[in-house]
Write a protein that binds this ligand. Structure first.
Ligand code: PSV
Ligand code: MN
Length: 434
């Protein structure tokens, strides 16, 4: 094992010391890739610049150790509160150069907004979409969400859930957020438990009240999820329900696609294409999965699917589809890895998929498609996907003063150990999904 000399991973001198031994190899690989791409008619520099501009938000809950229904194994030095979380997010951003914003979850991250804003500013961070939480009862809350929130049969519970969302908007406004992400757990575990149509109507009525309170430059991002915790029928279970809701609410209501929230084998890139067509693609919660809402690291199981999703965005850009600016956010739960490492790794995998889609020869692909040259059309995507763009990603990071190898630098800094010293283990939850 390498010796770890404790260092501040956000210190620019530390980062350039970590980069020094890697520079020569990177230059050689970069030049070789530049020549390879040139033979394909592609200039490498605009691709580096595009990747350097690519950003993804970190979910505040992602920097803590996650868990399953069975157990949570807390990690040493994990964040104890939102200020610790911001510090971890700043480490991820400084080393990766790709994650300048944080997506907060209320009330998990409840704190004085000015203090939050000030600390974020010191750390060079901003705030992305704010997330409401009506899927749990909070201490002191008058009415329970056990049987639903925005869709509850009792109007008083619905009002409480609406009021919570309005409060999230107020907090978000003070932080500089521009969107509220609405995910509800409402649904049924038994046939007959819930009137399927009326529950959706109640959702529309409650969501309209939230939508009416949105500041003019905000979006409402509607996140669907097929199941869990409702196992028989979730009210906003699929992109169809999400799209219907977004269309009935208004122009600033958009759909958010969490990659883990679909039935197995569903063609997510197709959903992305349809939402782009409808002008309703609002954003993503990126992660990966094998079986369900596994919340695994982005690109860890099926990087080709990730590429194909980005490919739809690349295609829309090529076709100059107006006003498409989907929010990029991660939504992961880290049970067996250091969350900071996983989040860095995911940010890199998103940039990789994005960079690869920039290599697709779209005019040529369109030609293959029009001539029904199936094999060549498929090969043109595969060719982009199988190109190793690692040197492009590293060069893009260098443009931000970030690390050539962010995970190696993170480990070399001994940050987690330092946190373990100054963040003593508390009495946090040892079970449950975060
Ligand atoms: C629900 O599973 C979800 O994907 C929503 O985005 C929540 O806000 C998040 O996970 C955190 O539990
Ligand atoms: Mn999500």
């Amino acid at each position: 094992m390498n010796d770890v000399v404790p260092a501040n991973p956000r210190d620019p001198d530390f980062i350039s010391r970590s980069n020094a031994p890697l520079r020569a190899e990177l230059e050689a690989d970069y030049d070789a890739l530049a020549r390879q791409l040139q033979r394909r008619g592609l200039e490498i520099e605009p691709i580096v610049r595009a990747v350097a501009d690519f950003k993804v938000a970190i979910p505040s809950w992602g920097v803590g150790t996650g868990g399953t229904r069975f157990a949570r194994f807390p990690g040493a030095g994990e964040p104890r509160n939102v200020f610790d979380k911001l510090e971890d997010c700043a480490v991820i951003h400084t080393l990766s150069g790709a994650t300048p914003t944080v997506s907060l979850h209320i009330p998990w991250d409840q704190a004085e907004p000015q203090a939050l804003k000030e600390r974020a500013r010191e750390l060079g961070l901003g705030f992305d979409a704010i997330n409401s939480n009506t899927f749990q009862d909070q201490r002191g809350q008058p009415l329970s969400y056990k049987f639903g929130s925005l869709t509850h049969t009792d109007p008083a519970v619905r009002e409480q859930a609406v009021a919570h969302n309005l409060n999230c908007i107020r907090i978000g406004e003070q932080l500089g957020s521009k969107a509220l992400t609405l995910w509800i757990a409402d649904g049924a575990n038994f046939p007959g438990q819930q009137h399927l149509t009326r529950a959706f109507e109640r959702y529309l009525e409650s969501a309209a009240k939230v939508y009416a309170a949105l500041p003019a430059d905000w979006h409402l991002l509607i996140e669907h999820k097929m199941y869990e915790p409702a196992f028989y029928a979730s009210v906003i279970q699929d992109w169809g329900s999400s799209l219907m809701a977004a269309q009935s609410l208004g122009a600033r209501a958009l759909c958010l696609v969490d990659l883990g929230h679909h039935a197995p084998h569903v063609n997510i890139e197709m959903i992305v294409a349809r939402l782009i067509h409808a002008g309703k693609l609002g954003g993503f919660h990126f992660n990966d999965s094998k079986y369900g809402d596994d919340d695994l690291d982005a690109g860890s199981i099926d990087p080709y699917r990730l590429f194909l999703i980005f490919n739809e965005l690349g295609d829309a850009q090529w076709r100059r589809v107006g006003a498409l600016k989907p929010a990029h956010m991660l939504d992961q739960s880290h049970n067996v890895t250091d969350p900071i490492e996983s989040l860095i790794s995911s940010a890199i995998e998103l940039q990789r998929a994005y960079a690869q889609t920039l290599l697709v020869d779209r005019a040529q692909l369109a030609d293959y498609q029009n001539r029904n040259d199936v094999l060549m059309a498929a090969r043109s995507l595969k060719r982009a996907f199988t190109t190793d763009v690692t040197p492009i990603l590293a060069r893009a990071r260098l443009e931000h003063g970030a690390a050539i190898d962010p995970i190696a630098a993170y480990r070399a800094s001994g940050y987690r150990n330092q946190c373990a010293q100054r963040r003593p283990v508390g009495e946090g939850s040892r079970s449950g999904i975060v």
